[in-house]
Design a protein around this ligand. Structure first.
Ligand SMILES: Cc1cc2nc3c(=O)[nH]c(=O)nc-3n(C[C@H](O)[C@H](O)[C@H](O)COP(=O)(O)OP(=O)(O)OC[C@H]3O[C@@H](n4cnc5c(N)ncnc54)[C@H](O)[C@@H]3O)c2cc1C
Length: 279
């Protein structure tokens, strides 16, 4: 199938993109196109105008700033996957990147597009939640920061307003005590996960504190399993599995019962990673 006809404009600044979004109510931003173009081709969406943001400068950097790693919205997945800074200071993101689609998708897809699209089975939104990160948005009133826990509102729904451009994400820099874990189950490597888990914690003596378990593929948004986090912090992995407070729905990939079972399998794997000292 081919997309419905649409107009195309290339924005060269954030102000221009925001102005175009204001003038055209039925417009969509185009970043890497790896999700948007597929939805157009399947006629799941038919915007009148695509506003290409790839010509906006300054959105493709990765830098350490004020105790955080700031990753620009137009950083491609491949760029993040190969970044030494991300490997060192945001190791959970580094672990998750190879699971996103296939190399051809990672060559074009952007981190900003993935977070803004907010697919409930996507890796990066769950990582952002696990790391207590934040999103920077630019809109008609200028820049603002939105905490990850306030950003993901529902199925493909975020706190971005109709005239907002996501400009960057920020993740607190990992310290020597930071522990991270990541695992997912998909039918084939590169497919969207049936269930996945991104996690972070702090090594605290022989145990863990600040455990954050962020599951994906089990709800409309990334889902924290808070009772399981408490059990894991006292070192009881089986109690954490028994306490898993998730409420998945059946979907095309698996029933709710299978998803809940797989979430327990992943939790055991990720708990092991969290308890390993960092290399
Ligand atoms: C076959 C296939 C397999 C895939 N597998 C996975 C997978 O396993 N895991 C995964 O996470 N993803 C997967 N993807 C999606 C891929 O990661 C996309 O790159 C990503 O979801 C969207 O990024 P993009 O830059 O391509 O955004 P686009 O497709 O350009 O845009 C997606 C949406 O976000 C909006 N948007 C984009 N950038 C911004 C911004 N800066 N500010 C505000 N809104 C913005 C757009 O308007 C659009 O609505 C897959 C895609 C394909 C085609």
């Amino acid at each position: 199938m081919k997309p419905a006809p649409f107009a195309y404009k290339k924005a060269h600044s954030l102000d221009e993109a925001v102005a175009l979004l204001g003038e055209h109510k039925d417009a969509r931003l185009l970043a890497g196109g790896q999700s948007l173009i597929a939805t157009l081709n399947m006629r799941l969406s038919s915007p009148a105008l695509l506003i290409d943001i790839n010509g906006i400068g300054g959105l493709d950097g990765i830098a350490e700033k004020n105790g955080a790693v700031e990753i620009g919205a137009l950083v491609r997945h491949v760029q993040a996957e190969r970044s030494d800074l991300i490997a060192r200071l945001a190791p959970l993101i580094a672990r998750a990147m190879p699971y996103i689609g296939h190399p051809a998708i990672r060559n074009r897809g952007t981190l900003g597009g993935s977070i803004a699209f907010a697919d409930p089975a996507a890796e990066l939104p769950a990582c952002l939640m696990a790391l207590d990160g934040e999103v920077e948005a630019f809109g008609p009133k200028g820049k603002r920061a939105i905490k990850a826990q306030d950003f993901f509102k529902g199925l493909f729904e975020t706190a971005l307003g109709p005239q907002d451009v996501l400009t960057a994400i920020r993740i607190p820099v990992a310290t020597k005590d930071t522990r991270v874990g990541f695992a997912e189950l998909a039918r084939r490597h590169g497919d969207y996960a049936i269930v996945g888990l991104a996690a972070s914690a702090r090594a605290d003596g022989k145990g863990l504190s600040d455990v954050r378990l962020s599951f994906f593929g089990v709800g409309d948004t990334p889902s924290r399993a808070r009772r399981a986090e408490t059990a894991l912090a006292i070192g009881d992995v089986e109690a954490a599995v028994a306490a898993l407070d998730l409420d998945p729905h059946d979907d095309v990939q698996a029933t709710a019962a299978v998803k809940k079972h797989l979430a327990g399998v992943l939790l055991r794997r990720v708990a092991k990673q969290l308890m390993e000292p960092r290399p």
